[in-house]
Ligand binder design. Sequence first.
Ligand code: KIV
Length: 281
Amino acid sequence: MSTTGASKTLTPPDIAARKGNTPLVCLTAYTTPIARLVDPHCDVVLVGDSVGMVLHGLPSTLDVTLEMMIMHGQAVRRGLERALMVVDMPFGSYEEGPEQAFRNAARVMAETGCAAVKLEGGEAMAETIRFLAARGVPVMAHVGLTPQAVNIFGGYRVQGRGEDGERIRRDALAVAEADAFAVVLEKVPETLARRITGEIAIPTIGIGASPTCDGQVLVVDDMLGLFSDFRPKFVKRYAELGDAASSAITAYAHEVRERRFPAAEHVFGDVPATVKGGEAA
Ligand code: KIV
């Protein structure tokens, strides 16, 4: 059931129209069950290329392929009713130029049923964003810390401190001008995110940015606390599911070794007296 009372699937224009309004709620999802869980509460569900690191154990997002994004996009699609689904364009699938970007974005849309794609980059991607938007591909842009450029930045550092803020500001202005319908601002100083949000006409969706952004996004596995060793400052853990899962698995292993699982209620027929009471005779 929707928490906002809306029942139709949200579209890119619906999201763009939320500029300056009630903040947009956005989470990642990579699978059908998680998509089903987040859909009633989210305006945008992002099939992020973070899937490479989160689900596939890759060291960065650079090895994520178009096929991986399509497979996870198809899984998420099956779990959504209300939220707008946005699928990330992986590294190497759009940077050569507008034609390559259109070819691959059209494939992602056709094969996953998503209504929009996300790509990383500001001024350098403006021409591509304009080309896609003019040809039926709504684009969510992504500026600031763009993880696919980790080797250029030399790590996952805050971008746009001090005078460098002007670079990020120009990036945000350029993608808005190029008809992106929204832009992710990742890991930038709060004052810069606030300034950009006030200056551009499209919604800003912050991650490590500012509460004044037009929306917020988090990686769902991070906010659910599924990892014990990954605690960036910008993630609030709303649950500790990793710890809960670890306790449950420990209990299961213990009960199997003690022959206490399966118990009588888990089997079809009687448990022999020799193993009743949890102890093998
Ligand atoms: O890949 C991803 O999950 C993202 C979000 C963190 C914005 O790009």
